[in-house]
Structures are given as C-alpha cells and as structure tokens.
Design a protein around this ligand. Structure first.
Ligand code: FDA
Length: 308
C-alpha cells in the first residue's frame, strides 16, 4: 500500500491527531469541502443547492461502529429528523439516505440493526424516498446482505452496495442483478487482508469492470460509484452497448470530488447522485478521503499552513 495512505489511515486511529485536527479552526473550512456540515439544516441546504444544479443526492449521517443501544437509537432519530426535513423542503423525491448498519447497532446485535434500519426504511417510504445500505469492512458483508434481504421483503427498493476489491463481489453482483434491485458498485474503502481482497489496484479496477458488466447485463438498477475517468467512460460505453437508456442506471460521486464532472454527466442526461455526508463525526470520513488521494492531503496541509 502507498506509504502516505498507510500514514493517514494510522492518523485516523490516533486520538491526539484527531483532537488537533478536530479543534483547529482551519479544519472547519477544509472539512466543508467534503462534508455538508454538522446539522440537519446544513445537510438540507447543501442538498437544495445540488438539486437546483440538476443532481440527485444520497445523505449519510456520519458515524459508525456504534457500541451501545442509546447511540444507535440517536442515529435512527437523526435520520428520521432528516427525512422529515427533506420532505418539508420538497426534496425527498431527489434525495435519499445512505445508512451504515454498524451505526445502528450491527456490531451489538444483528436483530437490533434490522429493527433500527426498518424504522428508517418505514420513514423513507412514508416520505416518498429510498434507503441504501452502505457496505463496510468484509467482516460485516454477510450480515449486511442478510439484513438487506430481510428489508427488501418489505421495501424492495432498499439499495445494496458491493465493493470490487473483494474477491467475492462478482458472485454477489450476479446474484443482486435482478429486477427492481438497486445496487451501488464501488471499489471499497477499508483495509482488507489479501485472502479476501485484491491487493493490487489494477486488479481492483479489472474486478470493477467485470462487476459493472454483470450489473449492466442484468435486470437491476446499477449505481456506479466512482470518480475514475476510465471507469466512468467505460460504464457509459457499455451501458449503451447493453441498450441501457439514461435513467436505467446512475453515476454516483462524493460531495466535493470532481464536481465539474458531476455536472457534465448530468448535462448529458445521466442521473448523477452525490453522496453527501454530514454530522459531528466527520473525522474518520475525512481521513479516508485524504488517504485516497495525495492531492487532497496536499490541499489540506496547504490550508493548515496558510493559517498557521
Ligand atoms: P480511485 O480513488 O482509485 O481514483 C481513481 C481516479 O479517479 C483517480 O486516478 C483520479 O483520476 C480520479 N479521482 C479520484 N479522486 C479524485 C479527486 N479528488 N479529484 C479528481 N480526480 C479524482 N466505499 C465502501 O467501502 N462502502 C461504501 O458503501 C461506499 N459508498 C460510496 C458511495 C459513493 C457515492 C462513492 C463515490 C464512493 C463510495 N465508497 C464506498 C468509496 C469507494 O469505495 C472508494 O473508496 C472511493 O470512491 C474512491 O474510489 P474511486 O472509484 O473514486 O477511484
């Protein structure tokens, strides 16, 4: 792995660095490039701006690895408040939510996570929108797919996520490429051992292509989450080859990353969904984004230096 990436991911787990970054005044501005803000109102404001630009949105209330029931309940309530606010703002048709099952209790008890995710799905349905279950590290994959299957029994529109860095994902993609099935394909963002994941980035990219073809040739609704220009191009070409019209699949990118490309694709008539994270727990998310791209880190360090 790239040594800078290793260093940044180590910083993500270091409490002293976390305290410094979280309290530095400059962090606020830099964080705002990738995170909508800390409150529901911030999330709604950013959503409104993106929707006005012709984009669609999926919102993530930041937080993961919840270790007690009260925190899991607070996360659910945050989502319920957000869904109310999106509906009130007339945004629910263009904005859904992304949920991390570990934030709603998966590590405590799978049944608790299912019950909590069900509360969010019921609210989403009553507000006329949808939910996608983010995928976390490989130790949670089977549990997440079990919960997904349970939820889809009642809410068939619940979205799944598969990660091309996992060796299992081509099989999962084929299984999930059925009518009505919303599936986000991403590369994967966690540290994974070589027994379960491709260690080489080129292999991860090739796997992305294989999984994309499985999803495009199937009957589901694929959602291609990547900023990679080669993959965006390839997906566009192959979608046309399989006779997929805009609206029968979508592109997804993260808030603050390649915003011009997001607009360009939307102007071509594609559905483009921006993943917008918000909430007080932004530190781990920010570190993952910095680790992915040295240019992001340089931007962050330059901003810190210019204020010190
Ligand atoms: P990668 O990081 O390999 O970059 C490939 C190329 O993209 C670069 O060479 C560059 O050309 C371009 N690029 C990337 N970043 C850029 C930047 N900042 N500016 C300009 N160009 C840039 N992960 C996970 O494990 N579970 C999940 O549920 C999700 N969910 C999710 C939703 C959405 C909407 C997205 C976009 C991503 C996720 N991810 C995720 C994260 C995903 O797994 C992955 O870590 C990141 O998207 C980075 O991978 P890329 O495909 O963008 O390529």
């Amino acid at each position: 792995m790239n040594p800078l990436r290793t260093l940044i991911l180590a910083a993500a787990g270091n409490n002293t660095i976390r305290r410094v970054v979280a309290t530095a005044p400059v962090s606020r501005d830099v964080v705002r490039r990738f995170v909508a803000g800390e409150t529901t109102a911030d999330a709604v404001e950013v959503t409104r701006k993106l929707v006005r630009e012709g984009l669609t949105v999926t919102l993530d209330h930041l937080g993961e690895d919840t270790t007690d029931e009260a925190t899991a309940d607070a996360v659910v309530r945050a989502y319920l408040e957000l869904l109310d606010a999106l509906d009130e703002g007339g945004l629910a048709e263009r904005a859904e939510v992304s949920v991390k099952l570990t934030a709603v209790g998966q590590l405590l008890d799978e049944k608790l996570a299912l019950a909590n995710a069900s509360r969010i799905c019921a609210a989403a349905e009553s507000h006329g929108t949808t939910v996608t279950l983010d995928m976390e590290d490989h130790t949670t994959t089977d549990s997440t797919l079990r919960i997904l299957a349970e939820l889809r029994g009642t809410w068939p529109w619940v979205g799944a996520v598969v990660q091309s860095y996992l060796r299992r994902t081509l099989d999962d993609s084929r299984r999930l490429a059925v009518a009505g099935s919303r599936v986000r394909l991403c590369k994967g963002a966690y540290f994974e051992p070589p027994e379960v994941a491709f260690p080489d980035t080129h292999e991860v990219d090739l796997s992305y292509v294989r999984c994309a073809l499985a999803l495009l040739s199937g009957d589901g609704y694929p959602m291609f989450a990547t900023h990679d220009p080669r993959l965006v191009r390839l997906v566009g070409d192959r979608a046309a080859f399989y006779g997929r019209k805009p609206g029968s699949f979508e592109f997804q990118m993260l808030y603050g990353i390649r915003p011009d490309e997001q607009l360009r694709l939307a102007q071509l008539g594609h559905t483009v969904r921006v993943y917008v994270p918000y909430g007080a727990e932004w530190y781990g998310y920010l570190m993952r984004r910095l680790a992915e791209r040295p240019a992001n880190t340089a931007f962050f360090l330059r901003a810190l230096a210019s204020r010190s």
